[in-house]
Design a binder for this molecule. Structure first.
Ligand code: DAH
Length: 339
């Protein structure tokens, strides 16, 4: 009996508990009615009379020691505040969520990057414009119906203040400011008064290109655009130029690429034609050069303009234009990039 008491005393003095639940099971193990200490008290009546005094003392000592130890452990849990309990310093830190580039930025960057390889540099112009830079200089006659092609946002009090409807307006700024050769790309946001739907928005993005020098030909334009199409959509991509009309280019064309979803075989995206339109282009109309102070007898040039949303839809099959401006993180997170 004495040995058992001493053994338990030693055990009790070394008790540890990691949390209140563990402590409670220790209390039950040692101090409950069916616990170790009570069991010894039950055996006490079998102890020989001459030993009763000594063993009794030892037993009480054990009981007190167990009680003290349990109280002491209890104290450590009560003493700690809630916040301390929640702070686990061994836990690894929450990973910081990295943002992603907006898909339109990714594609704009890629367009710029491709054209920069063939000598184009960037310029930007204002979004709030006057009539001359957006229309007048670009050969839109005052009452020309071509102005209706684009639903312009005018500032009510002053019809000469408007939001640019295309980045072609930056052509007018650059040609007035700089002497040829000019080989520039104009990325930017444009505005049109359109009802918002999955396929139209009141603002979107364009990249405009302008090259003016001596002896620039339509073949140069075609070559540059073919290079762009193959770099952007893959080496197998075919291009096709269809005659078109823009006031600021003559001749004008629209460029299609072979549908990169079905490889030109025909699918709902290309309306079963195998081709999708991606940009407008042409040779800069001599009137435009003259309007901006460039001698059209010496210089010629080409221009092109494309919608960034359109190219992005082709690359990533985004079906609803509104997603680009809704800031839905679950949509945006899907566009990872190295740049
Ligand atoms: N500015 C035209 C538009 O917004 C696009 C365009 C067509 C630009 C032909 C050009 C061009 O430079 O040559 O629809």
């Amino acid at each position: 009996m004495k040995n058992r008491i001493n053994q338990l005393l030693e055990e009790v003095n070394q008790l540890v508990a990691a949390n209140p639940d563990e402590l409670e099971s220790l209390r039950i193990k040692y101090l409950s009615k069916k616990g170790e200490v009570s069991a010894l008290f039950n055996d006490f009546r079998n102890v020989a009379n001459e030993e009763k005094r000594e063993i009794g003392q030892l037993l009480n000592e054990l009981k007190n020691a167990a009680q003290d130890k349990i109280n002491e452990l209890k104290e450590t849990f009560n003493g700690s505040t809630d916040t301390e309990q929640k702070t686990d310093l061994t836990r690894s830190a929450d990973p910081i969520k990295l943002g992603t580039r907006h898909p339109l930025s990714l594609v704009k960057h890629e367009i710029i990057e491709i054209f920069s390889r063939i000598g184009f540099t960037i310029a930007e112009g204002p979004e709030i414009e006057d009539d001359w830079h957006v229309f007048g200089a670009l050969n839109f006659a005052p009452e020309h119906p071509a102005r209706d092609m684009q639903d312009t946002f005018f500032i009510e009090q002053n019809p000469d203040v408007l939001l640019r409807t295309h980045t072609s307006s930056v052509q007018s700024h650059i040609m007035v400011q700089q002497k040829p050769p000019i080989r520039k790309l104009f990325p930017g946001r444009v505005y049109r008064n359109e009802a918002i739907s999955y396929r139209a928005h009141c603002f979107f993005h364009q990249v405009e290109g302008l090259y003016i020098d001596k002896d620039v030909s339509f073949a140069d334009l075609k070559q540059a655009l073919m290079y762009f199409a193959k770099e952007m959509f893959g080496a197998d991509t075919q291009i096709r130029l269809r005659p078109s009309y823009f006031p600021f280019t003559e001749p004008s064309a629209e460029m299609d690429i072979s549908c990169n979803l079905c490889g030109g075989k025909g699918c709902p995206f290309c309306k079963h034609t195998g081709w999708v339109e991606i940009l407008g282009c042409g040779m800069v109309d001599p009137n435009v050069l003259e309007n901006c102070g460039i001698d059209s007898k010496i210089y010629s040039g080409y221009a092109f303009g494309m919608g960034v949303e359109r190219i992005t839809n082709l690359k990533y099959q985004v079906k609803d234009l509104r997603m680009f401006s809704e800031n839905n993180v679950r949509f945006l997170e899907q566009f990872q990039s190295a740049y």
